[in-house]
Structure formats: C-alpha cells, structure tokens
Ligand binder design. Structure first.
Ligand code: CDT
Length: 317
C-alpha cells in the first residue's frame, strides 16, 4: 500500500505593507478552498505569509519590526484559517514572524508551524540560516536585513510524525544549505516543506561597480538546491514562494513539488496566488534509501567531522 499524501503548494502573490492580516488570511482561505477542491490533505504556504517581507527595509528603530510579528498562534486574525482547515480536515504549514519572550528578553524569529488536520499545532521550526546583513549596506546591493531583526533559530531541525509519514520544515535561505536536508533526513524526514521570499535580482560589487547576476540564475539556483536536497536525502521537497512585485521588489515564483528522484512533479506558472497539487508517495524513495543512499551502510562519518568542527574555510596547505 503506497503512503500517499496529496499536498498543495499555495503560492502567494505580493502582500502590500498596508494589507491587513485579516485580508491576507482571506487570500489564504481562498487557496485553502481551492486546495480542498483538489483533494489536498496538506497545504504549504510561504515564508512570512501574513505580512509583507519587512526585512527588505532597514528600520532605524529595530523594534519597528514587532508590528510585523505574531505574539501568539493562532491569534484572532489567523483563527479563521485554523477553524476552516479543521472543518475541512486539512493540515497546513504556515510561515510568519514570531515575537516572543525568552530568557527574560524579547526575541524575534522567522518561524513556521505545522498544523494537523484536527487544527492542533504539531510542531514549530525557527529559521536557522538567516541571510542578509545587520546594518545598512553602503553599496546598495543588499536587499535583505533579516540578521537585523531575527535571531538564529534555536529549535534545531526537528521532524514530526504526521500525515502518515515523517515531516520536516525549513525556511527560504535554509534551502541553499545541504546540512538543512541532511539534518532532517538523518531523523527520517520523508517530506520537507519550505516557504521562501526570494528576489529575482541579485547584485554584487566588482571593484567599484555594481554588477547584476544574470537573470536566469536566481530561478536556476532555487530549483537546483531543492532538487539536489530531495534527491540526496530521498525525500519530497515542497518549496512555496511569495511571488511578484511586492513594495517595489520583484520576488520569484517557481513554487514546486519535488519528488525524491529530484524531479519537479508540479510547478506554479504565475507570480500570483496559485495552488498546485501533487500526490506524494512517501515510499517512492525506498529503493534509493536501501541502495545508493543507504546512510547506515554508505555514510563515512569518520571523514565528516570537519563539517561541524569549523564554520569557515581554513586553508592549511
Ligand atoms: N528570505 C530569504 O531567506 N531570502 C534569501 C535571500 C538570499 S540573498 C542571496 C534566499 O535565500 O532566498
């Protein structure tokens, strides 16, 4: 009997700074209903799916970020999503900015939760690989200041038994790091959900000149890392964008559902609110798990210590 879970990727178009949480939740609900009409059991929404992507701005007062964060979950704005998903018997992944009190002080995290078909929160993840800069960028290249507002996630890479399998979560820049997938696949992850907000244009300085990366590369890298993560770790990956022109910045779409073979089996074609679905057979990777990627047999951990012993490159030759 295959373990099939029908998963929907619910890509969001842009969210304006002035758009209320209630209005955004209406959009999430519309996509929930579409996903339900497609027979989905699990809906994956993007990173920071309740507000505009505020870390594109450098607020002089860092605490201005609080207004974009949630202090509880569910809260009255998001409760309709929890209620309707429960009524329909659908689970979901939701990314949002989290504002919390820990160790006697205020902390913000870039967070996602996995909610079960019964409306209860199964698990939480806090983004580990924060991109961007802490301070304003004099070159004007940087468009991401998450390090200014968020703390590095302190929950590790937990996995959760749900939807007849083992589920993992990651957020945006995490997808570029092989350690993300491996940390979860070593705990048996069979499906990894991740939301992203990724600009279509990347700039860098070469000497005194600002140089723009060739346009096709952002989208190529987006799929490259997720497809490699899926294949090398024998798991499904569901990558979901916030897309389109948001507050003057263009975010890529390309939301997709990737099989453990590395194949993209469903992909969004717009940069607006769009729902795609796929039947994810959680047993599809059994062959690879028993052969090429039989970790127990083939991983040579005596040679991998350097990966956790040091952070940066050390040239000793
Ligand atoms: N939101 C987020 O994590 N964005 C990053 C921007 C990286 S800038 C090179 C991303 O990995 O898409």
């Amino acid at each position: 009997m295959p373990r099939l879970v029908r998963v929907a990727a619910a890509q969001l178009g842009p969210i304006a700074r002035e758009e209320s949480r209630a209005a955004v939740v209406e959009r999430l609900l519309a996509m929930l209903h579409k996903a339900h009409s497609f027979g989905a059991q699990l809906v994956v929404y993007p990173e920071m799916a309740l507000t505009t992507f505020f870390p594109r701005w450098v607020f002089d007062d860092v605490d201005d970020a609080d207004a974009f964060c949630e202090t509880s979950m569910p809260n009255p704005d998001v409760q309709p999503l929890f209620d309707e998903a429960k009524r329909l018997g659908i689970g979901f992944y939701l990314g949002y900015g989290e504002l919390t009190q820990e160790e006697g002080r205020k902390k913000r995290f870039n967070t996602s939760i996995l909610v079960g078909a019964d409306g209860s929160i199964i698990g939480k993840y806090r983004k580990v690989h924060l991109p961007g800069r802490k301070d304003a960028d004099p070159t004007g290249c940087a468009g991401n200041f998450e390090k200014r507002y968020y703390e590095v996630g302190n929950l590790g890479f937990p996995v959760f038994r749900a939807f007849d399998g083992v589920m993992g979560m990651a957020i945006c820049n995490d997808r570029r790091w092989p350690e993300t997938y491996r940390a979860m696949s070593l705990q048996g992850a069979e499906l990894i959900m991740l939301g992203y907000n990724t600009g279509t244009v990347k700039r860098t300085m070469v000497g005194n000149a600002q140089v723009q990366e060739p346009a096709h590369l952002s989208s190529f890298h987006n799929h490259l890392v997720m497809q490699a993560g899926a294949y090398q770790n024998c798991c499904w990956v569901v990558g979901v964008a916030k897309a389109g022109m948001e507050e003057g910045v263009e975010f890529m779409g390309g939301s997709c559902i990737i099989a453990p073979t590395g194949d993209i089996v469903a992909q969004a074609v717009t940069t607006a609110d769009e729902v795609i679905v796929a039947d994810c057979d959680l047993d599809l990777s059994l062959h690879n798990r028993r052969t090429t990627f039989n970790f127990e047999v083939n991983r040579q951990i005596q040679t991998y210590g350097i990966i956790t012993a040091q952070r940066g490159v050390v040239v000793s030759v």
